[in-house]
Write a protein that binds this ligand. Structure first.
Ligand code: AP5
Length: 222
């Protein structure tokens, strides 16, 4: 019998490395990466009315209202690829009401990963971050530079990646993180995100391998 697919949430301050780790997790474990921020940026790029409204909140570093985010995430999460292959939910839930909306659907994660990073490092990471618009790959001018000149020339910076906006995003994060953590306390692992991206992934990989082993033991004994 095919084991139950993994259901993972990843959380952390702005630029703590969630997206970077999700790329690595997705590559190894084949989970569907679902990032609330990316879905919102997709709406903005498509010029929808939700996207226009979302941008106003994102520019202030505030949470986008639930009536936009909750519906968007739910719809994506319930698609067949996420249900069949398992999912990796990045940047959601960010408030108690968002977590409750998942609970109401009977959606419970197996593991809640919290990346912990020193605040000074967050500012450096934000200011140096660049994105490849062709494939969404995340770079950093110093820590994870582009592979060649061609890629380098096409990299873009996110509209909310300024020091001033990160202060606001960080404030919002601090206001909300504890209430979400309280809900997933018994399945939370805190990972030191100050280390290199390979070392951070090493720890996450260890946690996920352990989880898979536990799940397959539970399946075979039931
Ligand atoms: P979102 O896009 O989720 O932004 P965020 O949470 O602020 O996180 P980031 O995407 O900035 O960073 P990350 O942790 O993914 O770091 P990354 O891997 O890129 O949300 C944006 C906005 O959308 C929010 O402010 C809000 O308005 C809205 N929103 C989103 N979700 C919402 C929700 N649920 N409800 C309501 N509103 C919502 O890494 C950053 C940089 O560091 C990169 O350059 C990378 O190369 C580098 N780096 C990564 N790891 C390392 C490492 N270990 N060492 C050195 N450098 C590293």
């Amino acid at each position: 019998m095919k084991p139950e697919p993994l259901k993972i949430m990843i959380s952390g301050a702005p630029a703590s490395g969630k997206g970077t780790q999700c790329e690595l997790i997705k590559k190894k474990y084949g989970l569907v990466h679902l990032a609330a921020g990316d879905l919102l940026r997709g709406e903005i790029a498509a010029g929808t009315s939700n996207g226009k409204l979302a941008k106003e909140y994102m520019e202030k570093g505030m949470l986008v209202p639930d009536d936009i985010v909750v519906v968007m995430v739910k719809e994506r999460l319930l698609q067949s690829d996420a249900q069949e292959n398992g999912w990796l939910l990045d940047g959601y839930p960010r408030s108690l009401s968002q977590a409750k909306a998942l609970e109401d659907l009977g959606i419970q994660p197996d593991l809640f990963i919290l990346l912990e990073v020193n605040e000074d490092a967050l500012f450096e990471r934000v200011v140096g971050r660049r994105l490849d618009p062709v494939n969404g790959k995340i770079y950093h001018l110093e820590y994870s530079p582009p592979e060649n000149e061609e890629i380098s020339a096409r990299l873009v910076q996110r509209f909310d990646d300024t020091e001033e906006k990160v202060k606001l995003r960080l404030k919002t994060h601090h206001q909300n993180v504890e209430s979400v953590l309280a809900l997933y306390n018994d399945i939370t692992v805190k990972v030191n995100g100050d280390l290199s991206k390979e070392e951070v992934f090493g720890e996450i990989d260890r946690q996920l391998s352990f989880l898979i082993e536990m799940k397959s033991k539970a399946d075979s004994s039931s």
